[in-house]
Design a protein around this ligand. Structure first.
Ligand SMILES: Cc1ncc(COP(=O)(O)O)c(C=O)c1O
Length: 368
């Protein structure tokens, strides 16, 4: 398989474990395995103590699938446990072939368009619009971009990197457009539960539209990326069967300890999500103030969900140069928009970590 480097992941690989201040991660503050287990109840502790390091059920531990069903408004038969990134890889491989056209909401996490491209698909990037300091969905663009062979539309709400979240009406419109033509909808919901106003949480797409699949996981909202646990939900049993078969060629099944820790996490799901939301709320207030106080240097775009924001660097300096200087001079890592394959002079900041204010302070020092 020929696939281009994953620009964001390569950037992280270079700096994530060497710099002092990460100002760009998209995951929320993590916790220790012991702390996670202690709060999850005696039955989960028993499961953990009795854990055998054998192969696990390919579609996931029944208790985990039950918990996922509760989160997504589906039943356990309508989900399958895998590694989140693997969920994108396998679903695209099942759904697409080289004659297909795919429309991807953009900027986007690279695998959402790179895997379709590597399969030979024609990919149309459907960019969010900027309007008065906010991100907007360009519905007319989507309608105009459809082709005879459009097989798949890919969305991601809350959106990485902008933090954009559509209204329920806007999501309904996207579903109406895809359903009229029988087009499949892939909904990346890795940041679901991190809506800044929980009232604005959208229903998971498979509960609204049959020809769809959603990706969820524990990495962002629940702050547990090291578990490598995610899931695909869909009411299309053919799709889940095909993904399960293809998974035999990637990981076969999930890691046994991770599954038990994932069950523990979802037992405390709402508590963990609220912990992340409260860190995000606090950090976002700092970020907003920081960038609005420096209007001569930055343009601020208010996110409505997720754990990232995507402000713009003003002036003549290229954002790539700005980010490179920040990392070499102050050991602060910020992600330039070029790793999202756009060149708009924006950069991503991550607001989910407890040391955010310290890292922001370093950025202030760097700017001078
Ligand atoms: C939108 C989106 N989808 C999927 C993933 C993959 O999640 P993971 O890194 O846990 O595999 C990420 C990770 O950053 C993401 O931002």
């Amino acid at each position: 398989m020929k696939v281009r480097d994953f620009l964001l992941e390569r950037y992280f690989a270079k700096y994530e474990f060497t710099v002092k201040y990460l100002l760009s991660p998209s995951d929320c503050e993590s916790m220790g395995a012991e702390e996670l287990l202690q709060g999850s109840g005696p039955d989960i502790l028993e499961l953990w103590k009795g854990l055998r390091l054998s192969y696990t059920e390919s579609r996931g531990h029944p208790m985990l699938r039950e918990a996922i069903a509760g989160l997504s408004g589906t039943v356990p038969e309508e989900n399958l446990v895998l590694n989140p990134e693997e969920g994108i890889f396998l679903t695209m491989n099942v759904l697409l072939d080289g004659n297909d056209h795919v429309i991807v909401l953009s900027p986007a996490y690279q695998s959402l368009y790179e895997i379709p491209k590597s399969l030979g698909c024609e990919v149309t990037r459907w960019y969010l619009k900027k309007e008065k300091g906010a991100w907007k969905l360009d519905i007319p663009f989507l309608e105009g971009a459809l082709k005879e062979n459009t097989r798949l539309v890919i969305v991601n709400f809350p959106h990485n990197p902008t933090g954009f979240l559509p209204t329920e009406d806007e999501l309904s419109k996207v579903i109406e457009i895809t359903s009229k033509r029988g087009i499949f909808l892939f909904s990346d919901e890795m940041y679901r539960g991190l809506e800044h106003d929980p009232e604005k949480r959208l229903p998971s797409v498979p509960s609204l539209y049959r020809k769809s699949a959603a990706l969820g996981g524990l990495s962002k909202t629940y702050g547990l990326p090291g578990l490598r646990v995610g899931w695909i939900t869909s009411t299309d049993s053919w799709l889940l069967d095909r993904i399960a078969s293809l998974k035999d060629y990637t990981t076969i099944c999930s890691s046994a300890p991770s599954e038990i820790l994932a069950i523990a996490a979802l037992r405390r799901g709402e508590e963990l999500a609220e912990r992340s939301r409260s860190i995000v709320r606090e950090n976002l207030a700092l970020a907003r103030r920081f960038f609005l106080e420096r209007k001569d240097r930055f343009e601020w775009f208010e996110p409505q969900g997720g754990s990232t924001a995507f402000p713009r660097l003003l002036g003549n300096q290229h954002v790539k140069d700005f980010c490179e200087k920040a990392v070499t001079e102050k050991s602060v890592m910020i992600l330039p928009d070029t790793v999202f394959d756009v060149d708009w002079n924006h950069f991503r900041i991550g607001v989910g970590r407890e040391n955010f204010s310290e890292a922001l302070g370093k950025l202030a020092e760097f700017i001078g």
